[in-house]
Design a protein around this ligand. Structure first.
Ligand code: FAD
Length: 317
């Protein structure tokens, strides 16, 4: 079932989760162990992130370095199929522009369709560690909107091979990313919202936000979107802070601010257990307020911390 249908058919706020594919070398059971406790909350869908390969320099025995390609977390498509099969819950693969030619993207979409997956979160992806800015593949998609248009063409039976006439129409429901605190490359919020509007006009049926720790940022973002004619559901993406290192890592990596109140509570804590308790309490308060405001879905980035998310969701349902 499509994410947009879950939202439209629901009378209240839904719950969804996001997981990372297991590290290469781990079994799918590690993912099931991660998800099993969270099934108690009947999530409407589960997102699976996509991780492209990276080039690293590996030291050889003779002291020289060899450039090798590594992909630490493969398997997004297979994991989505496994989740659908194992839990009978809709899976939403993240689909990115980076590292894919349009032809490879088309083949991946055909695989997803054959597997009965009819949702995709359409993203650009970030620059790799060796790039200063994002570079698409030759014959790849540059922006999320270009990928969105490719999925939309397939939804209309238009394939890259021009001689395919009367092609099968896929029926992907497409979500896109939105940034309550602005995407870090956008010159300003207005420009970022204009690009977001273009994604919605090109067929995105809902927006899933970057994490935020101050609900005011989300509410202001929704207001700005509505004022600019973006009327699709805007799903808040939520993540707990569970250790003090994240207080500097999260702003640097995700370009989001942390509220002063959260920082001062975190700084008072004396051990990891206490820090995690404060992080959970903060997320419970955020979730309760968002739920009262009638958000369509509370989407939790579980990212290796399923039991923390379990404790949070148990307190709000
Ligand atoms: P876009 O919408 O293409 O925007 C990128 C930038 O370009 C923005 O600054 C925008 O303002 C600007 N822009 C957009 N269109 C145009 C245009 N036509 N002309 C000029 N400028 C333009 N990354 C992964 O690799 N794997 C994942 O699984 C993943 N999951 C994510 C899930 C969520 C909910 C979010 C919020 C992000 C996720 N990301 C993931 C990270 C994402 O790929 C990066 O944030 C990336 O830098 C931007 O992706 P986007 O889809 O927002 O890009």
């Amino acid at each position: 079932m499509k994410v947009i249908d879950h939202i439209n058919q629901s009378k209240g706020t839904l719950i969804s989760f996001e997981v990372l594919p297991p590290l290469k070398g781990k079994n799918i059971t590690s993912l099931y162990q991660h998800l099993d406790p969270l099934m108690e909350f009947n999530p409407s869908f589960i997102n699976v992130t996509y991780h492209r390969s990276e080039h690293i320099f590996k030291k050889k025995t003779d002291g020289t370095f060899e450039k090798v390609e590594v992909r630490k977390r493969p398997g997004t498509v297979g994991i989505c199929a496994a989740i659908m099969n194992h839990y009978k819950i809709d899976a939403v693969p993240h689909l990115i522009c980076g590292g894919f030619t349009q032809r490879e993207t088309e083949d991946a979409l055909i695989d997803l369709n054959f597997l009965g997956i009819d949702n995709v979160l359409v993203l650009r992806g970030d620059a790799t560690k060796n790039e200063t800015s994002f570079e698409p593949e030759a014959n790849g998609n540059r922006y999320a909107i270009d990928l969105l248009k490719q999925v939309d063409r397939l939804n209309n039976g238009i394939y890259l091979e021009e001689d395919i006439r009367d092609g099968f129409r896929t029926h992907f429901c497409m979500g896109v990313a939105g940034y309550p605190e602005k995407h870090f490359e956008a010159p300003n919020m207005e420009a970022d919202i204009n690009y977001l509007k273009a994604k919605v006009d090109a067929g995105a049926e809902y927006i899933l936000t970057q994490m935020f720790f101050d609900n005011t940022k989300y509410f202001e973002f929704v207001d700005k979107c509505r004022a600019n004619g973006i009327n699709v559901p805007i799903i808040p993406g939520l993540k707990p802070i569970t250790n003090k290192k994240q207080l500097t890592v999260i702003p640097r990596v995700f370009h989001v601010d942390l509220p002063t109140d959260l920082l001062s509570e975190m700084n008072k804590t004396k051990n990891d257990e206490d820090t995690e308790r404060v992080g959970k309490e903060w997320l419970v308060q955020q979730s309760k307020e968002l739920m009262q405001a009638g958000v369509p879905v509370l989407h939790y980035y579980t990212l290796g911390k399923p039991l923390v998310i379990y404790d949070v969701v148990r307190q709000i349902l």
